[in-house]
Write a protein that binds this ligand. Structure first.
Ligand code: DAK
Length: 258
């Protein structure tokens, strides 16, 4: 198995993960997704990790699942291995904040992987697309579901049914991307934003993330009930006491993640 398909750098309590298959436009092979899932699994319980930035290189965040690996798989191969579910979905259940910093192509599984992150910061050269239809399949890692929720039916349908790519500016306009930067500023900005989050209370961040994610699953009434319960729960934490005391005392809070 090829090692180092996912490179890791430590920046304080931020972990920068870089998809590392430049020769294949960062195509997401099963080995690569396994290495990514293992990293995320380790970070979940490591108190030294407060937030994650997932990135690729200047040409490609990831140009999709590995077509060369997939092309001869049978129905039974993908069904029995539970292809996608077993490794790909791990990032979408990660409880700590994860930012996708996207430059270049984010296509097919690459676009789906970015959408599994909490938000997407993009370089001006980023291109998003679900081109599976052009190779005889459909998005299989959440593209038909998450894209429709994020950008609405019309744009999602157009992208999924035609394979058209969307440039960063359009992706920002329609809400797929939270902000766009010149390429040289993308990583420093993503790391800066992640670093800011590590200065906040980790359990409260988890509550906030869980609550926003809930909005995609349930009715407004149920979502608001869920939010209210978590909001009330936040008052049981030491960090809520510290945060509000610090505001009143006009000082910076020191959160203990308790
Ligand atoms: N897989 C494997 N290799 C890839 C690749 C990919 N997705 N994308 C690029 N490469 C490889 C190319 O084959 C080429 O390799 P060599 O020929 O040098 O050996 C190398 O990367 C450089 O690519 P190009 O020469 O094509 O570079 P260009 O700049 O000309 O074009 C491109 C860049 C990104 C526009 C182009 O490479 C491209 O169209 N790539 C494919 C994009 C695509 O169709 N992506 C969707 C993949 S399908 C499922 C769940 C999920 C999925 C499927 C099933 N199940 C539950 C069953 C997900 C499917 C997908 O993501």
């Amino acid at each position: 198995m090829q090692e180092n398909l996912i490179l890791m750098e430590k920046h304080g309590r931020v972990r920068l993960l870089q998809i590392n298959r430049p020769e294949a436009m960062n195509a997401l092979s099963p080995e690569l997704m396994l290495q990514l899932a293992k990293r995320i699994e380790d970070f979940e319980t490591d108190p030294e990790v407060g937030a994650v930035v997932l990135t690729g290189n200047e040409k490609a965040f990831a140009a999709g699942a590995d077509i060369k690996a997939m092309k001869d798989w049978s129905y039974m191969d993908v069904y029995q291995a539970d292809f996608v579910t077993s490794t790909w979905e791990r990032i979408s259940t990660f409880r700590k904040p994860v930012i996708a910093a996207v430059a270049g192509f984010a296509l097919g599984g690459g676009c789906e992987l970015a959408m599994m992150c909490d938000f997407i910061l993009a370089a001006e050269n980023a291109k998003f697309g679900q081109p599976e239809i052009t190779i005889g399949t459909i998005p299989g890692a959440g593209g038909t579901q998450r894209l429709a929720r994020f950008v609405g039916k019309s744009k999602a349908m157009e992208m999924v049914l035609t394979g058209r790519m969307m440039l960063a500016a359009e992706a920002e306009r329609c809400g797929l991307v939270s902000r766009v930067f010149p390429i040289a500023e993308l990583l420093p900005e993503a790391l800066r934003v992640a670093q800011k989050m590590t200065e906040l209370s980790s359990p409260i961040l988890m509550m906030a993330k869980e609550s926003v994610n809930r909005s995609f699953e349930v009715s407004l009434e149920e979502g608001i009930r869920f939010e209210r319960r978590l909001f009330h729960s936040s008052f049981a934490t030491e960090d809520q006491k510290e945060g509000m005391a610090a505001f009143v005392e006009k000082r910076k809070p020191t959160f203990k993640n308790r």
